[in-house]
Design a protein around this ligand. Structure first.
Ligand code: NAD
Ligand code: UDP
Length: 339
C-alpha cells in the first residue's frame, strides 16, 4: 500500500517508515519539521536504501494537503503529526488544540474528497486519565484527562469515531501508545527532543552523554514495589511494527473502528529502567532522589491482548534492548540530529 505518514520525520514516524518499507509498503512523508530534521530523512535512506517521498508541508494547510492527496494515490494514512509535550500543552493550550485538532480535520476532509478510506491515529494511554487500576483495558471509560495534550487525543478519537460513522466504508485504528523508548538498532534514527526533555529515557541518555548534570528520580514513596513510578515502556521498533500490523488489519477489514492499546503489558519502575540502563551499557548515572512531579500517577501499564487478537501483533524486545538502543543512538548522536 502507498501510505501517507503525517509527522513521518519524527521519532515514531521515522521508525514506522523503516518497518513499512521492510514490509513492502510505500511510505510518503509529510512533515513541517516543527519538531524534526531533514537529517532524519537522509538517515532513512541510509537504513532502507530507498528515497522515501517527502513533502515539507503543514498538515493544517488544506490547499497544500489537497495538492498532495491529488498527486499521490494513497491507500491509507497514519497520522502522527501533532504537538506532544504535556507540560507545554498547559502553557500553550490554544496552540495545542489548534494543531492537534486541525491536522485531523484537514486530513479527514482530504480523505473524503479523494476517496481514501483507512486511517491509523496516534493516540495515547493518557486518554485513560487518572485510573489507579492496571492493566488498562480498551473497554475502561476514561477517568477524564488531566492536561490539554491528553484532551486533544481524547477529542481526536471522538472525531475519528464519528467520521467512521459518517463514512461507513472507512476503517479506523485508534492506537493508544504506552511509553515509547529505544531507537533503531543502527543508531541512525532516534528520539530528538527540543530543549530539556520531559520524559525519562531521553533525560537518562542526556545525563549519560554529559548534556545534563544529573537525573532526578521523581518520587520514591509511591505505593509500588520500590517506591518509584511504574510505566509500560515499549521499544519504538515494536511500536512501529504495530503500525504495519494495523495497516494490514484495516486493509482486510473495511468498516471497522477500533481502539487498540500498544504496550508490552509489563510495568517497570524508574529504578528498574535506571539499573538496567547502567548494567547493559556499563556506566553509572549521576542521580538524585527528588520529589514527585505534580500529577504523576504511581503506576500504569497496558493489557495488550486486543492487539494480539486483532492485529496478530505483540512486542518482542526487552527492557535491555530498549536501554541499549537508546544509548547507542545518543552516544553516536550526542546532540541528536544537530551532532
Ligand atoms: P515527534 O514530535 O517526534 O513527531 C511528530 C512530528 O509531527 C514531528 O516531526 C513534527 O515536526 C510533526 N508535526 C507537528 N505538527 C505538524 C503539522 N501541523 N504539520 C506537519 N507536521 C507536523 O513525536 P513522536 O514521539 O514521534 O509522536 C508521534 C505521535 O505519537 C504524536 O501524535 C504523539 O502525540 C503521539 N504519541 C507519542 C508518544 C511518545 O511518548 N513519544 C506517546 C503517545 C502518543
Ligand atoms: N521520571 C523521573 N525523572 C525524570 C523524568 C521522569 O523520575 O527526569 C519518572 C516519572 O516520574 C515517571 C516515569 O519516570 O514515574 C516516566 O515518566 P515519563 O515522563 O517518561 O512518562 P509519563 O509519566 O508521561 O508516562
Amino acid at each position: 500500500m502507498k501510505i501517507l505518514l503525517t509527522g513521518g520525520a519524527g521519532f515514531i514516524g521515522s521508525h514506522t517508515a523503516v518497518e513499512l518499507v521492510k514490509a513492502g509498503h510505500e511510505p510518503v512523508i509529510v512533515d513541517n519539521l516543527y519538531n524534526s530534521s531533514k537529517k532524519a530523512l537522509e538517515r532513512l535512506k541510509m537504513i532502507t536504501g530507498k528515497d522515501i517521498a517527502f513533502y515539507e508541508a503543514d498538515v493544517c494547510d488544506p490547499a497544500a494537503m489537497d495538492d498532495i492527496f491529488a498527486k499521490e494515490n494513497f491507500d491509507a494514512v497514519i497520522h502522527f503529526a501533532g504537538y506532544k509535550a504535556v507540560p507545554e500543552s498547559v502553557t500553550k493550550s490554544v496552540a495545542y488544540y489548534r494543531n492537534n485538532l486541525d491536522t485531523t480535520l484537514t486530513l479527514c476532509e482530504c480523505m473524503q474528497k479523494h476517496g481514501v478510506k483507512r486511517i491509523v491515529f496516534s493516540s495515547s494511554a493518557t486518554v485513560y486519565g487518572p485510573i489507579e487500576e492496571s492493566p488498562l483495558v480498551e473497554t475502561m471509560p476514561s477517568a477524564g484527562c488531566t492536561n490539554p495534550y491528553a484532551w486533544t487525543k481524547y477529542m481526536n478519537e471522538q472525531i475519528l469515531r464519528d467520521a467512521a460513522i459518517s463514512n461507513p466504508d472507512w476503517s479506523v485504528a485508534l492506537l493508544r501508545y504506552f511509553n515509547p523508548i529505544g531507537a533503531h538498532e543502527s543508531g541512525l534514527i532516534g528520539e530528538n527532543p527540543k530543549g530539556i526533555p520531559n520524559n525519562l529515557m531521553p533525560y537518562v541518555t542526556q545525563v549519560a552523554v554529559g548534556r545534563l548534570p544529573h537525573l532526578n528520580i521523581n518520587g520514591t514513596d509511591f505505593p509500588t514495589p520500590d517506591g518509584t513510578g511504574v510505566r509500560d515502556y515499549i521499544h519504538v521498533v515494536d511500536l512501529a511494527k504495530g503500525h504495519v500490523a494495523a495497516c494490514n488489519y484495516l486493509e482486510a477489514n473495511a468498516g471497522v473502528c477500533e481502539v487498540i492499546n500498544l504496550g508490552t503489558g509489563t510495568g517497570y519502575s524508574v529504578l528498574d529502567v535506571v539499573n538496567t540502563f547502567e548494567r547493559v551499557n556499563h556506566l553509572e548515572l549521576n542521580k538524585v532522589m527528588a520529589p514527585r512531579r505534580p500529577g504523576d500517577m504511581a503506576s500504569y501499564y497496558s493489557d495488550p491482548s486486543k492487539a494480539k487478537e486483532l492485529l496478530g501483533w505483540q512486542t518482542e524486545k526487552t527492557l535491555d534492548d530498549m536501554c541499549r538502543d537508546s544509548w547507542n543512538w545518543q552516544k553516536n548522536n550526542p546532540e541528536g540530529y544537530d551532532s
